[in-house]
Design a protein around this ligand. Structure first.
Ligand code: MN
Ligand code: MN
Length: 463
């Protein structure tokens, strides 16, 4: 019987009306602008903060809600619901950090007339994807007097970019026999910063000729940095500078049905969760967002999901609104979505997916009951009772969604922050759109999935 069988629906078919396509396009344009501008966790969190302030939310815990940030890299936001906290909150998490190349603390060096910055990669990358492409530098330099200097270089049209030169094929004979893992050395991921040596200063009358600079290109770079920011090499010791793909994100394809850009894992979930949160002005249950940093390197650190930041914020919220309710009562009654992206079946690598249980781009956000690897190791593995409720609320609003796992069993695997939320005893499952080329400098998402994900998150927050 045909009507008894399960079938995933294409979000394009569900949202086919001109009105819906217009809303889809407008959301996508805002998203393209967002990922073009927000390429670090700091930039993402400050964007979110600005949107929250515009919507009338204030730092701290007010009568109707508020938000709190930590070191500019993590953020908790809440809107008070009609029901008490003892009945639980609706929470969406996502992470604001993305794989990239971090500059080392002593980055500047000079070899054979080329000024370079040494890097240490952050998160899971294919190293070769970062070669021979324009890169920008984003981050902060902190002086010893505490003054923080924001840096964004290589993004304005016409502004100079940075890059890592790739080996010419003519001399790559030795590489061809190596595995991808061996062929590209992390210590060769050196960012080209400059080439022009410092002009020697002419001695004044009666003065001796100045000693020749041993590293004149590096000396020139230091001079340029000093002129631009008033800094010395020492100041880079307390800097966080990230090399990220330069330039804006864009629509992809003749039909502009895809969005290409850096950092969509997981800023697409930050964006759609924020849009959904702002759209639900008077929720039934309190609605919360928690945006973390450090997910790509294991969620450790004060701003990562394994820190106590989330707990502190919830405790503040309980103290402000419902001091008689215990923390654990709120947590046990809470329902959460761990917003993170999923791997879409790659048209050219279909054999790595088991297609009955895989996500297809354009078929709406994807639930992942469990992540992990080698026999669900490290997985949250959500409860079927919770999945049943979620299915019900999404289907009632005819929102396309799919259920999938990441690739074939034993083909690889991955983790998310779901288990950190699950540790509190709340109901939680991973849910987010599927990407092509995840973790690459140019990830692809579907404009239809972006729209469906925002509506799915909104439906979740409203129920
Ligand atoms: Mn992610
Ligand atoms: Mn990731």
């Amino acid at each position: 019987m045909k009507e008894l069988a399960h079938k995933n629906r294409s979000a394009w078919e569900v949202y086919a009306s001109a009105k819906e396509r217009k809303a889809m396009r407008s959301l996508a344009e805002n998203y393209v602008d967002f990922i073009s501008r927000c390429k670090t966790e700091r930039e993402t969190i400050s964007y979110v903060e600005e949107r929250l302030r515009t919507a009338g939310l204030k730092p701290g815990m007010g009568e109707s809600g508020g938000f709190q940030t930590l070191y500019g890299k993590a953020l908790f936001a809440v809107r008070r619901g009609k029901r008490p906290l003892s009945e639980g909150v609706r929470l969406i998490s996502a992470h604001a950090d993305s794989p990239r190349l971090d500059l080392k603390q002593r980055p500047l060096t000079e070899q054979v007339g080329v000024g370079q910055a040494k890097t240490h990669y952050y998160g899971g990358i294919h190293k070769y994807q970062w070669l021979a492409r324009p890169l920008a530098l984003h981050g902060v330099i902190v002086r010893d007097n505490g003054k923080s200097i924001p840096v964004v270089l290589g993004e304005k049209p016409g502004e100079a970019v940075f890059t890592i030169a790739d080996l010419l094929p003519h001399l790559a004979k030795g590489l061809s026999g190596k595995t991808v893992g061996d062929a590209f050395e992390a210590e060769k991921l050196n960012l080209i910063m400059g080439h022009e040596p410092l002009a020697p200063t002419k001695p004044k009358k009666g003065e001796k000729e100045a000693e020749k600079e041993r590293e004149p290109v590096k000396a020139h770079l230091l001079e340029l940095l000093h002129k631009a920011y008033g800094i010395r090499e020492d100041d880079l010791l307390s800097a966080e500078l990230q090399a990220v793909p330069a330039g804006p994100a864009s629509f992809v394809g003749l039909d502009e049905g895809l969005i290409g850009g850096y950092g969509q894992d997981d800023r697409i979930c930050v964006f759609t969760a924020l849009e959904a949160f702002l759209a639900v002005e008077t929720p039934e249950h309190a609605t919360c967002l928690i945006f973390w940093d450090k997910e790509e390197i294991g969620s450790d650190g004060a701003t990562g999901a394994s820190s106590r930041f989330f707990e502190y914020c919830v405790q503040d919220m309980i103290a402000a609104w419902e001091a008689q309710t215990t923390f654990r009562a709120v947590m046990l009654a809470t329902r959460a979505l761990s917003g993170d992206v999923h791997a879409a079946v790659d048209p050219d690598w279909q054999d790595l997916h088991e297609k009955l249980n895989s996500a297809f781009i354009g078929h709406g956000p994807c639930f992942c009951k469990f992540t992990g690897s080698r026999g669900k190791y490290g997985a949250n593995d959500a409860n079927p009772e919770y999945i049943g409720w979620l299915r019900g609320i999404l289907d009632k609003r005819e929102i396309p969604w799919q259920m999938a796992e990441l690739g074939k069993v034993d083909a690889g695997g991955g983790g998310t922050v779901a288990l950190f939320l699950a540790a509190y005893g709340m109901s939680v499952i991973d849910m987010g759109p599927a990407l092509l080329g995840m973790h690459s400098p140019f990830e692809l998402s579907s404009t239809a999935d972006l729209y469906a994900t925002k509506l799915a998150y909104q439906t979740f927050l409203e129920n």
